[in-house]
Design a binder for this molecule. Structure first.
Ligand code: BES
Ligand code: ZN
Ligand code: ZN
Length: 531
């Protein structure tokens, strides 16, 4: 998909359709909406007077232009009240308009969502609109043959949808181009749009990995896709099989993997944009390609969702893809321990004791708590290589879903400065996190009488005891853990994405790497200034 910018007036945009935004509390139409209205003899104003268009957030109305202006269709999208307008609204408005216009058969879309009139930063708005469009247009339909494609409830979100009767086939419909229409410094707008596109494409890449069924995305295939991506964007990629894992004494990862007929993989992606002698940031993602629970087997209901138990790993791989394309001045290493968690004659059992790569022993209580085990070896590897800070991301516990629901990821850490940094990154990425407690006393839950650490700490505070287990493998290095079990997937479509994997974490990580690079720049400039 081609995404560009143009400083042309909306009436002159030479595509099939444009989207214009309207605020709910404006007395008069403004900006692009006013321009289109004037060219079309007051049609939009009349629809507003009649109450058909109110400007409420997420409202969408398609209007035909019958040759009055260049584009054939106008999508009038509600932006809500001015005082609540922000980049999130831009993302949603962009997503809703693009989906509706694609459904209506448009190929070349222009977006003029009243940014000049809203007070938001134009470059940031252009980036948000690009992200919203590409994330909103995403769908995972590669296994649906043309004959079974359908329009379905595709675009019902967002209210009025003039296009709903016009379509029955999704298959033929892909957009060719999206153009952000705005009056601003073109190079700055172009850079912002490119950044938005890189972030959205990386997020969609992570979503694809998450949505692939587990019979396709085995650990081997996961590693292959990471390797292919690495080749395309110029990342260094190394993949360990079971033999190398045994040499490195990754007994926790191997323990989980031993019940599966599929071989495990340990994926390493390296990006170097910083100082030669600095290990830099490590991102570690849980890569369980299917979690049956193992011998402590899960109930059948919703077990299919456990094909997405590798979304942490996918977020790391997606973030590395965007980082390679954006080239921040920092070193970043992505680590993904990938395996299935299966029951069987060779599977590990409750009561077993496993030894992780850092030498610590873990008393197994429940084979369904496998994520912390594979991460124990990934974190040990990160410590061994002196990466700092270390951030892991995992669909780790059902308990975090009980704590925070499906809106925010749980953020655990041993370092307050890192917590603030991740909160700031999450904020500018538009992904939500919430800090969770890590008091030393919680450690009592995972004391073992026969090993160095007990694998689980019971139902109460389950997400916290899981984080405490992880903390055993990071020494005193600044470390943070994101539990994304509540946000890695959704069970119905929303404006910012389809049902299925969300790609949560990709944008947050890219933002974090960017901010670390910028801070380092600030610091070395400060040093230069003082000498
Ligand atoms: N992959 C699951 C956690 C999960 C639950 C992810 C729901 C997404 C949605 C994890 O491996 C798991 O099963 N955790 C157990 C741990 C327990 C046995 C201590 C859990 O949360 O129930
Ligand atoms: Zn599990
Ligand atoms: Zn799991």
């Amino acid at each position: 998909m081609d995404v560009g910018v143009s400083t042309r007036d909306v009436q002159q945009f030479d595509g099939d359709a444009v989207a214009v935004g309207i605020f709910s509390d404006d007395k008069e139409l403004q900006g692009p909406a006013a321009a289109v209205d004037e060219a079309m003899a007051g049609v939009i104003a009349r629809l507003r007077d009649s109450g058909e268009i109110t400007g409420a957030a997420d409202e969408l109305t398609l209007v035909h232009t019958f040759g009055k202006i260049e584009p054939e269709r106008v999508a009038v999208v509600g932006l809500g009240a001015r005082k609540h307008f922000n980049l999130e609204r831009v993302r949603r408005a962009s997503a809703i308009s693009c989906r509706a216009l694609r459904k209506a058969g448009a190929k070349r879309i222009g977006l003029a969502l009243a940014w000049a009139e809203s007070g938001v930063n134009l470059a940031q708005a252009a980036r948000a609109a690009t992200e919203g469009a590409l994330l909103g247009l995403y769908r995972f339909d590669r296994y649906k043959s043309a004959a079974t494609q359908e329009g379905g409830a595709d675009d019902e979100v967002g209210g009025v949808d003039g296009a709903s009767a016009e379509t029955s086939e999704r298959a033929a419909k892909e957009l060719d181009s999206i153009t952000i229409l705005g009056r601003g410094r073109e190079p700055a707008l172009r850079a912002a749009v490119t950044r938005g596109q890189i972030l959205a494409e990386a997020t969609n890449f992570a979503r694809d990995l998450g949505n692939e069924p587990a019979n396709v995305l085995t650990p081997t295939e996961f590693a292959e896709r990471a390797r292919r991506m690495a080749e395309e964007v110029g990342l260094d990629c190394e993949i360990f099989g079971p033999e190398r894992m045994r040499e490195l004494k990754m007994g926790a990862l191997l323990g989980v993997a031993q019940g599966s007929a599929e071989e495990p993989r340990f994926i390493i992606l390296r990006y170097r944009g910083g100082a030669r002698d600095e290990p830099g940031l490590a991102l570690a993602g849980k890569g369980i390609t299917f979690d049956t629970g193992g011998i402590s087997i899960k109930p059948a209901a919703d077990m299919d969702a456990m094909k997405m138990d590798m979304c942490g790993g996918a977020a790391v791989v997606g973030a590395m893809m965007a980082i390679a394309r954006l080239k921040p001045a920092v070193n970043v290493t992505g680590l993904v321990p990938a395996t299935e968690n299966m029951p069987g004659g060779k599977a590990y059992r409750p009561g077993d004791i496993l030894r992780a790569a850092n030498g610590k022993t873990i008393e197994i209580v429940n084979t369904d708590a496998e994520g912390r085990l594979v991460l124990a070896d990934a974190l040990s590897y990160a410590i061994e290589h002196k990466y700092s800070p270390i951030v892991d991301i995992a669909t780790l516990t059902g308990a975090i879903v009980i704590s925070l629901g499906h809106l925010r990821a749980g953020l655990f850490s041993n370092d307050e400065a890192l917590v603030r940094q991740i909160q700031a990154s999450a904020e500018s990425a538009g992904e939500r996190v919430w800090p969770m407690p890590m008091d030393a006393e919680y450690g009592a839950m995972i004391k073992s009488e026969i090993a160095d650490v007990k694998q689980t700490g019971g139902r109460a505070g389950g997400a916290i005891s899981a984080a405490k287990v992880l903390s055993n493998f990071v020494d005193n290095t600044p470390w943070a853990h994101l539990d994304i079990a509540g946000v890695n997937a959704r069970d119905k479509r929303e404006p910012d994405g389809d049902k299925g994997a969300t790609g949560f974490g990709v944008r947050l990580f890219v933002e974090l790497a960017t901010q670390l690079a910028e801070r380092k720049g600030d610091r070395s400039r400060a040093v230069e200034a003082t000498v």
